[in-house]
Ligand binder design. Structure first.
Ligand code: KG4
Ligand code: ZN
Length: 363
């Protein structure tokens, strides 16, 4: 079964073809440079960029894989959560393609797709505990099967990636700053007393990162020498040396430690609560973080579960994960009609399948 995946939920435009669980080809255009000028994603610009780029990417994918649109069995599209204007571009494109071919339509939950993506590289074992850490979301799920997700915990304010990006911005790192914090962190030992591990002294599985961001902000205000005078680029960060570099690396390592330990405490608690699972899947852009990967691997070993850490290209937004997740849902009998809605961030993605499934928990 040939499935096309379309991803336009934020600042990456991406398409991919998956055939029976195997990636056939993919195209991706990132808008990072466009938004970096503003220090964050500008929704209207993102929508316009998707509109401009998506048809070209689709044509290139068809040409490079020798595929005709008529060969496609299923069109899977990220239908939320995400930026509404951006999602509408992908969803409208998918509907147009469905009208001009005989393909069926599947709207895909972008967050679930992140967690299923590592299935492109290895067989996933269920039930699994899923930790989704991205720029917009921090969620834990009990994943009973590839099409059954139960939300366990979520952030009450900032997402983990958002905390990385906001802290990076405090020091005038380029956007998105998570990977610069990761890089610098590796040059220093964390000071585990410097910043709190937020929202861990409670029985809940939810997260809250805004207090940690404030703690770093107060520290940086008291140490203005840590801030680049203007927005640094990668070269300026690489050129930094001496005591300033050491101090900056220590702050990054300490913040990175606080986030990672907080995630570990909550994931360990979730593992204890849900009963035996076969694997721990870590996904989303922040799953690229070196310390987080090491920490989750250690935790999984301690708990006797298999850890699944997707390769870096599968961590951030891509079309392959949408195609792969869409194919799994299509195989299980799910599809959508052409009145499929796009769902903005903050709203629950409904289970409005044509073929209603039972016992699937909503987000
Ligand atoms: O999943 P993603 O591509 O976008 C969303 O769907 O939100 O994740 C992007 C996020 C950004 O916040 C970025 O700073 C963060 O992932 N990120 C990292 C690293 N690489 C990307 N955060 C920490 N360490 C990294 N190595
Ligand atoms: Zn994402």
């Amino acid at each position: 079964m040939l499935t096309l995946g379309i991803e336009t939920s934020c600042d990456e435009t991406a398409v991919a073809l998956v055939d029976d669980g195997r990636l056939v080809g993919e195209k991706l255009a990132t808008q990072i440079d466009v938004h970096a000028l503003f220090g964050g994603v500008v929704p209207e610009i993102a929508s316009r960029e998707h509109l401009r780029v998506l048809p070209r990417l689709f044509k290139e994918l068809m040409a490079e894989t020798g595929t005709s649109p008529k060969d496609i069995d299923t069109i899977a599209v990220a239908r939320g959560p995400g930026l509404l204007g951006s999602l509408l571009v992908g969803v409208s494109f998918a509907k147009g393609l469905c009208l001009s071919t005989n393909a069926s339509l599947v709207g895909v939950n972008h967050l679930w797709a992140h967690l299923l993506a590592p299935g492109l590289a290895e067989d996933l074992k269920f039930p699994a505990l899923g930790l989704l850490v991205s720029g917009g979301h921090t969620h834990t799920y009990l994943i009973k099967s590839p099409v059954e997700f139960e939300l366990l915990g979520r952030t009450l304010d900032d997402a983990a990636g958002e905390a990385f990006d906001k802290v990076a911005k405090l020091m005038n790192f380029p956007y998105p700053g998570g990977r610069y914090i990761d890089d610098l962190s590796q040059e220093a030992e964390p000071d585990t007393k410097l910043f709190p591990r937020p929202y861990v002294k409670n029985p809940s599985l939810d997260f809250s990162f805004s207090g940690l961001k404030t703690a770093v902000s107060l520290y940086v205000q008291a140490h203005p020498e840590l801030v680049f005078p203007e927005m640094a680029d990668a070269a300026a960060i690489a050129a930094l040396s001496g005591e300033k570099r050491e101090a900056l690396c220590r702050v990054c390592a300490s913040f990175n430690w606080s986030v990672t330990e907080t995630l570990k405490i909550k994931v360990e608690r979730a593992l204890d609560q849900v009963g035996p699972v076969k694997s721990l899947i870590v996904a989303g852009g922040v799953a690229a973080n070196t310390r987080l990967r090491e920490t989750m691997a250690r935790l999984a070993k301690k708990k006797g579960v298999h850890v699944v850490l997707p390769e870096l290209s599968l961590c951030t937004d891509n079309g392959a994960m949408i195609a792969y997740a869409g194919a799994l849902f299509a195989q299980a009998g799910y599809s959508h009609e052409l009145d499929l809605e796009a769902i903005p961030r903050g709203r629950i993605v409904p289970l409005d399948w044509t073929c209603k499934a039972k016992n699937i928990a909503v987000e």
